[in-house]
Design a protein around this ligand. Structure first.
Ligand code: SAH
Length: 476
């Protein structure tokens, strides 16, 4: 983070503007709207600024800037357009320990001002850290469209009700529940539409029905295979409201970074250092948290109901009589193949796709190999890294051609994605030569060859892998 974002309370605090032209006037208006007491220093001060200052309390100094002018001010704005003056102002302010903004002059800034969307009391501030002001303004335009003008009414109403709600709901959790119910419900839409009386009636009703500690619930949420862009909108909303995030080891830091800042994060899974790792312990933890009134986001890699043991967690919650919802995610087979340019089905090449877990030797042995070995179908193997030799042998022994294309996708959809291509007969050699490690998907089938032709989502990451000397293997 190059700049630390903050909102300043400038009411009745003195600020200095150096410069008296149109830019200075714009800054004057902005600072005045925040209640600052303003001093302007410049040999020429425009009539517009003079008439703004006529309101009282402000000071106009019609002369050149002097270093001593910065004394006693909370903020300094330098809007002279003259590089020498800007620099002098910046130096004087810095020496005095005061923040200074040289307008459009990043070199002479110790603070910069964001593009803003004003729905006071809600303010959205956007900054590119001075790197791309035009981009920041573009984003501003998009956010302007996104936020209804009536948001200001809703936020003012919330401010007016704050104390009443605090008196009524003594604990933090029930207060948060109340406000979320307000902002997600009819009260919010009424306030935004301007029906403040209707909104207040809905809020009174909510306040009456609200009881603390009764609203624990869980969401079993799919986080997708890694790229946070593959989260669903619903998953994002839940990440930003849940009190606790109970997540698998596979869930990426980028995804976790989208969670509510003050949410508790608990990592569960079979990793060294994890307190809770057996499925029974995870179920018990989940049930215990929801019972205590927490809203828990049980965040799993990919989709919760595809090799994610989400079914068992749902049963545990239902058995305990607790509320839960399931939010599907993009499963690794779908995400990884898309990012590798491999269509899982194709009109000419594959009429079906089978999702298979290769976890545990018993489950591999019990698969219907003759059926899986038939041509023109796609097999997507999860948890297969330790089982490549078995899978290769079983498929070939049951009649699938050793020339069938395969692709191994390691760390799919992340910046560390690797796609390793070859044929079924080369599978173990390819994996060894490239030291393939979990998490990885194995795609077997005619479609796997297409990845070499179609760019996928990360073409720059798809061509870089070792191709061992297959002739040696073929002789052996
Ligand atoms: N519920 C998950 C699967 C969990 S099993 C889903 O729907 O995707 C874990 C296996 O998923 C891993 O061993 C690996 O085979 C696969 N996997 C998950 N994320 C992956 C990724 N980013 N790249 C490659 N494979 C991944």
């Amino acid at each position: 983070m190059d700049y630390f974002p903050a909102f300043l309370d400038l009411r009745d605090r003195s600020c200095l503007i150096v410069g008296g032209g149109a830019v200075a006037e714009r800054k004057y208006r902005l600072l005045a709207s925040a209640g600052a007491v303003i001093t302007v220093v410049a040999p020429d001060i425009s009539a517009a600024i003079a008439s703004l200052a006529a309101g009282g309390g402000h000071l106009l100094l019609r002369r050149e800037f002097r270093a001593a002018d910065v004394a006693g001010h909370w903020l300094v704005v330098s809007a002279t357009g003259n590089p020498a003056v800007e620099q002098a102002v910046y130096r004087a302010a810095t020496a005095a320990g005061t923040f200074c903004n040289g307008v459009d002059d990043v070199a002479n800034c110790s603070y910069i001002t964001p593009a803003i969307v004003d729905r006071s009391p809600v303010i959205v501030a956007i900054s590119s850290g001075g790197a791309a002001p035009v981009l920041a303004r573009k984003l501003r335009a998009q956010i302007e469209l996104l936020l209804p003008v009536g948001l200001a009414k809703l936020a003012s109403l919330a401010r007016a009700w704050r104390e009443r709600v605090s008196n009524r709901c003594s604990d933090l959790l029930s207060r948060r529940r109340f406000w979320e119910a307000v902002f997600d419900g009819p009260a919010a839409s009424m306030a935004i539409a301007g029906d403040v009386a209707g909104a207040e009636a809905a809020m009174r009703e909510l306040l009456q029905t609200l009881r603390a500690g009764e609203s624990g619930e869980a969401w079993l949420v799919g986080a997708g295979p890694g790229d946070p862009g593959l989260l669903t909108i619903r998953a994002l909303q839940i990440l930003q409201t849940a009190d606790v995030i109970l997540h698998d080891r596979l869930v990426s830091e980028e995804v976790l970074g989208l969670a509510r800042r003050d949410a508790d994060r608990i990592s569960v899974g079979k990793t060294p250092g994890c307190r809770v790792n057996s499925q029974d312990e995870i179920n018990a933890l989940l049930v215990g948290l929801v019972r205590s009134g927490k809203r828990v986001c049980r965040l799993k890699g990919g989709d919760p109901f595809i090799f994610g043991r989400g079914g068992e967690e749902a049963e545990a919650l239902r058995g305990a009589g607790l509320r839960y919802q399931v939010v599907p995610g993009i499963t690794a087979a779908a995400g990884c193949s898309a990012y590798a340019g491999i269509p899982l089905t194709h009109r000419d090449l594959s009429q079906s796709v089978t999702l298979i877990t290769a976890h545990g030797k018993d489950s591999v042995d019990s698969l219907d190999w003759p059926a899986l070995a038939r041509a023109k179908q796609t097999l997507a193997f999860y948890m297969a890294v330790q089982r490549f030799a078995d899978l290769m042998n079983m498929l070939i022994d049951n009649g699938r051609s050793a020339d069938t294309p395969v692709a191994i996708i390691e760390n799919g959809t992340t910046p560390r994605q690797r796609v390793i291509r070859g044929t079924l007969g080369q599978l173990t050699l390819l994996a060894d030569a490239n030291r393939v490690a979990a998490p990885a998907m194995l795609i077997v089938g005619e479609v796997a060859a297409l990845g070499a032709e179609l760019p996928g989502t990360m073409p720059h990451l798809s061509q870089n892998y070792a191709k061992p000397d297959f002739r040696v293997a073929n002789k052996g």
